[in-house]
Design a protein around this ligand. Structure first.
Ligand SMILES: *Cc1c(COP(=O)(O)O)cnc(C)c1O
Length: 390
């Protein structure tokens, strides 16, 4: 008989990694760099809102860190994703392929454009969209036409594919890009969790036509709230800036706008915070990787459970560490969550799968058995950078 999961042992093991002193949050921001200095400089300049030097500086720093040609700062990651999809050509009544195992904003950004999410399965190796499942789904329902790929079951155009780098682990970008290129469907990466993550030595978010980053309070760096669109295409970057800043035509005094634009810009105050945070990104990644290594070592001999490790070819930021219960122990997930939270160790399951949410129940979808299996077995445990101190 194989050894069974011992809940007490798991709690003790997590406690051994994160410390036993007090209660431990799932993910805390850290402001020990130039945050206060830059915020003061920003306030002193009086440019706290929609224009100012910190926005430009933050965008330039993002380009340098990611290797992206362009970065356009936005009010949050959801807005960045919405505009990235719009610029990739997604419009009303289109379909966009997304995983079911992701945060709800991935699908919401599709819905905001009047388009419909179409769910495809994830894979255990990466926790991201499965290239093989994508290819099979497109073979089953896709038809190449003059206007792009049509879903023969719904009659709608399949206008984009959105891989999500879940918990900071890169999806199988090589496999997914190959399928997307074969079908000539644009890829927009949801890189909101993967700032600092490399795939084959190249930064996630630089593979698709466009991508979205997030700097929400729980992400690896934070601007309070914020996001960015990345692209290497100069014209798309120009359009992204234009649409997110009310589509105003530059002029010394006239207020003219040439299309319906959004007020999705990132305030200079938030960008000031972002500059200070980005200076520390490499250090955050280093400590988060050290913490992940400690989880992995500590759990190497605990039966019934393992620590999710970065896929081959990846250097992950380990934004959120995930424990993965063995299949045979999946029905004890909530018992484990209860025990961890009772012990002051904040832990949570993966997101409720998107096709199980009331507003997305009727959406088109392929077989989602792998995502369903993973969702039943994942437990996210405390992952703040400070827990990975030397
Ligand atoms: C955080 C997140 C978003 C949205 O970012 P916000 O800045 O919170 O709007 C989108 N997708 C995923 C997978 C996320 O984790």
């Amino acid at each position: 008989m194989t050894a069974q999961l011992n809940i007490g042992e798991v709690v003790e093991t997590v406690r051994g990694v994160v410390g036993v002193a007090d209660s431990v949050a799932l993910h805390e921001p850290e402001f020990t760099g130039n945050e206060k200095k830059y915020l003061n400089d920003c306030i002193d300049s009086t440019f706290v809102s929609s224009v100012g030097g910190f926005v430009d500086r933050f965008e330039a720093m993002l380009c340098k860190h990611t290797g992206s040609g362009h970065a356009v700062a936005c009010v949050n990651g959801t807005a960045a994703l919405q505009i990235a999809l719009q610029l990739a050509g997604v419009g009303a009544n289109d379909e966009v392929i997304v995983p079911a195992l992701t945060f709800v904003a991935t699908a919401n950004s599709v819905s905001f454009l009047g388009a419909v999410p179409h769910f495809v399965d994830s894979e255990s190796r990466t926790l991201g969209l499965d290239a093989k499942a994508l290819a099979e789904r497109l073979d089953a329902v896709g038809e190449q036409g003059s206007n792009g790929v049509r879903n023969v079951q719904t009659g709608r155009r399949i206008a984009a594919i959105v891989p999500v780098h879940a918990f900071g682990h890169p999806a199988d970008l090589a496999g997914l890009m190959e399928v997307a290129e074969a079908w000539n469907i644009p890829v927009v990466e949801d890189a909101t969790e993967s700032l600092g993550t490399l795939y084959r030595n190249r930064h996630t978010g630089t593979f698709g036509l466009l991508s979205a980053l997030s700097f929400n309070g729980n992400k690896i760096i934070t601007t309070g709230g914020g996001g960015a669109i990345l692209t290497s295409d100069h014209e798309l970057a120009r359009r992204a800036k234009h649409i997110t800043t009310t589509a105003k035509l530059p002029h010394r005094w006239a207020f003219d706008h040439d299309e319906i634009g959004y007020n999705f810009r990132l305030p200079n105050l938030n960008a000031a915070l972002g500059c200070a945070q980005l200076e520390q990104l490499d250090d955050f990644v280093k400590r988060k990787r050290r913490l992940a290594g400690r989880y992995r070592a500590a759990f190497s001999h605990v039966p019934g459970i393992k620590v999710f490790a970065e896929p081959e070819g990846a250097r992950s930021n380990y934004w959120l560490n995930a424990l993965l219960l063995d299949e045979s122990e999946a029905d004890r997930r909530d018992e484990l969550l209860g025990a961890l939270n009772d012990a002051g160790v904040m832990s949570r399951p993966a997101w409720t799968l998107l096709h199980e949410l009331s507003m997305y129940r009727e959406c088109p979808r392929g077989f989602l058995g792998v995502a369903e299996g993973l969702a039943r077995r994942i437990v996210n445990v405390p992952s703040s950078a400070r827990l990975g101190h030397a």
